[in-house]
Ligand binder design. Structure first.
Ligand code: URP
Ligand code: ZN
Ligand code: ZN
Length: 463
């Protein structure tokens, strides 16, 4: 095996911060020791003096090549995982889709085909249940056995991914029996579609109306309903891409009651708001995602939820569509703008900026972006920490480097950045995936196909 040593950096995990040397043998971390204790010379020696040494990011919510609204998310597994690596993320969990009338097996196989041999970093899968029926409910157990242990349901998008309450209840019951985790897109899609139709009929066709019709109360109502259904079914619940403070209040009260209820938010809800979409015109399409951006007043509550653990994870919901040729499918009708934003490359840096700005501590940054998503989705301690036995997914992070976010310099396959022109402090300098340097010296050094499929255990938080 080849050995690699990272010397003199501040190793930050969710549990501690310590100046230490890290020794890697092959794909695994084998030792952490006070500087000077590991006297052997490794095959590769990396100096991390003045740098942070952090676990590679775990992004638990991405959509590479996702079909949506007559087009496909513009990042492939190849381009999207490469961009993730540039940004210090070394694991993604993506979402295969069950087609209506199709099986989970067909959906999962199709995603394995898209990803296998193409990824720069390791990847795992959740499964989207778009057609809950006797047969797909039966299949859930087999998927759990294959390491696909979480299932996303939609209370939004009627006629596409939507499940009614009866289907949701049945899927939750099955998850309760089998150890699966239900992930919920919690928005009242039936009511939203009525409001959207009314808006279009009134001639309100600009994309800024997307934000008006996806009312915060309809996110809160769906979140409340999902929690009650999960209580009745006896299953855990993980609410995805939470953006409204009223929805957060529902999560907080369920957690206070001791329920196995968890939620994630995303950088776009922390760093962007409806201020970006105030102007009439089509530019607002760049920000169209669901749940939508909210007025800036929601952000203080989200930061508070992140500090007190009512929000446990920050994922990206990376689902990019180019402005030209994809978002513009919605010119003249905002309901036809494909929903989703790019973000897989910028998450670790935006969250480091949150540390700089005083919203999060350094350890909480690592907990939210690495350790908790790994635990939530059955990957810990293989991923999400730096400890003997862990995969050597490690980032040497320069906390002083300044960068200006731009479509001209990012590596995601999308023609705009939602953070265009914004400057943040901190940047991944060297990125290791299972002991291999995939980014270093300002260059991408990885290979397509280095990334492997990860079979996950079940959620490690359930009481
Ligand atoms: O707007 C979004 N979030 N697009 C991706 C699909 C989803 O609902 O997560
Ligand atoms: Zn969703
Ligand atoms: Zn999503």
């Amino acid at each position: 095996m080849t050995t690699l040593a990272i010397r003199g950096g501040t190793v930050i995990t969710a549990a501690e911060e310590v100046v230490a040397d890290v020794l890697v043998d092959g794909e695994k971390v084998v030792a952490l020791a006070a500087p000077g204790v590991l006297t052997l010379t490794a095959d590769t020696e990396l100096d991390a003096t003045g740098r942070y040494v952090i676990p590679g990011g775990v992004d638990a919510h991405t959509h590479m090549e996702m079909p949506f609204g007559g087009t496909y998310a513009s990042d492939t597994f190849e381009t999207g995982t490469r961009a993730a690596a540039w940004g210090g993320t070394t694991t993604i969990i993506d979402f295969p889709i069950q087609q209506v009338g199709g099986s989970l097996r067909e959906g999962l196989d199709a995603w394995h085909e898209k990803a296998a041999g193409n990824c720069a970093i390791d990847y795992a899968f959740h499964m989207i249940l778009a057609d809950v029926n006797d047969s797909s409910l039966k299949e859930m157990e087999a998927l759990i056995g294959e390491g696909v242990t979480s299932f996303k349901l939609f209370m939004a998008y009627p006629g596409v991914f939507y499940s009614d309450d009866g289907r949701i209840l049945r899927a939750m019951q099955r998850a309760g029996e089998t150890g699966g985790l239900i992930m919920m897109h919690a928005e009242n899609g039936i009511a939203i579609d009525v409001l959207a139709q009314q808006a279009v009929e009134r001639g309100n066709t600009d994309p800024r109306h997307h934000f008006a019709v996806r009312h915060a109360l309809l996110e809160a109502e769906a979140t409340h309903r999902a929690i009650q259904l999960s209580r009745v079914a006896g299953s855990p619940l993980y609410v995805v891409h939470l953006s409204a403070h009223q929805a957060l209040a529902e999560i907080a009260s369920a957690r206070e009651a001791g329920d196995n209820v968890f939620a994630e938010t995303c950088p776009q809800y922390l760093f962007l708001s409806t201020d970006e979409v105030d102007e009439p015109g089509f530019e607002a399409a760049k920000y169209v995602c669901s749940t939508p951006l909210r007025p800036r007043e929601h952000q203080a509550e989200l930061w508070r939820g992140l500090r007190n653990d009512d929000l446990s994870v920050i994922s990206t919901d990376h689902c990019p569509f180019c402005f030209k040729g994809q978002k513009d499918l919605g010119i003249g009708d905002f309901t036809k703008v494909p929903n989703g934003l790019p973000g897989v490359e910028s998450r670790m840096d935006l969250l480091h900026q949150a540390v700089v700005d005083g919203h999060l501590t350094r350890r909480r940054w690592i907990e939210l972006a690495c350790a908790t998503p790994a635990r939530m989705f059955g990957l810990y301690p293989r991923k999400g920490t730096i400890a003997p036995g862990s995969d050597a997914d490690i980032v040497i992070y320069d906390p002083t480097a300044e960068q200006t976010h731009s479509a001209d310099t990012h590596h995601m396959a999308v023609d705009y950045s939602v953070y265009e022109g914004r400057t943040t402090t901190g940047r991944a300098e060297t990125v290791l995936s299972r002991g291999t340097v995939v980014v270093g010296g300002g260059e991408y050094l990885g290979t397509k196909g280095h990334g492997s499929f990860l079979r996950r255990d079940t959620c490690q938080y359930l009481r």
